[in-house]
Design a binder for this molecule. Sequence first.
Ligand code: PYC
Length: 412
Amino acid sequence: MPIRLIRQALNGKNALPRMWRAHPIKDRYDVVIIGGGAHGLACAYYLARYHGLTDVAVLDKRYIGYGGSGRNTTIIRSNYLTPEGVRFYNESVKLYEDMSQELDFNVMFSQRGHLTLAHSDAAVRTMRLRTQVNQVEGVNSRLIWPDEIKRLCPWLDVSDQPRYPILAALYHPPGGIIRHDAVVWGYAHQADKRGVHIHQNCEVTGITVEHGQVTGVDTTRGHIKTGTVLNATAGWCSTISAMAGVKLPVTSVPLQANVTEPLKPFLDVVIVSGSLHVYVSQSDRGELVMGSSVDPFTSYSMAGTLSYIEEISAQILDLLPALSKVKVLRQWAGVCDMSPDFSPMMGFTPVKGFLIDVAWGTGGFKASPIAGKMLAELIATNKTPALIEPFRLSRFAEHDLVGEKGATAVGH
Ligand code: PYC
């Protein structure tokens, strides 16, 4: 690869080949994946590479990575609360660790450690519980105290002066950040190389079902026949599912984020405060990437608001007062599909051939490799892998919930 780059730089032509190509849309595919984010593209890649299923189309109404995959704050971690969640996200972290080799593309995964601060006795109890569940599941997490917190992040005020003093933290060394668009492009490239068709600007407007079996999708670029449709959308998962006649218990809300101007490197851990509802990390470009709790209303808006900036600035300055002169560069929002137990829904639905990989709340991006891999296995074998069985849609009717409330800093 470096030799090719040098040759291209020297002769000034022969630009690098496109990472994925545009193809005419066929009138039939074995599998149609709705949603060109990291989940949909990962599933297409695993189908093609590990199951030999290459007659696959990935459809996106805008461009790949336009939705949640390009709007998250790039945090990767597996320090969840439930054994099911910890097990699942741990497999995801493992896939992220090998991703640059797997996709032959540098996704810049930086396992710099993840700190969830506790500012009250109740929060310390929750962190202790999460630590124990993590350790039982073989995940590297431990409870640490202000002296160690200060060593890991000297900029944090661990005295009793702040409004919410820092009492302890859940320290998760394998957690970190990644280049999220590289993940999308890496999967797209490797899926495309194996024959998957990626169709951008192709919005799904209907799903046809005959006698309880999916038969195709209507799109703004024509009808496509297929017996297998995977709904891998975020933000619009309930509207897409409703097209197939499947009602999802989901509420969609915006989650806002922002970045600051670039600063010299000073922050080499991810800082999260569940009580203040903030998280912040420093990107490889030096920008501080931060976010807050979900907006308290249902909406499909992806615009930032002034009240968000006011609120997050106050919370961040409580933790890191030295940032008071730092300028905000840009802000945005993504739409999160929240389920009643704050866990995702993956697998079969009552409509044959209509599968879901949805309701990721605020934790979708970090799940994309393992979700894609598991959904590919399910499509190829028609059997639900044990790892995703707890997240089946039918769990709500069966009263068998996977309660992840409180395992993020986003206000739930
Ligand atoms: O779960 O790590 C997380 C997260 C960060 C921002 C939203 N969710």
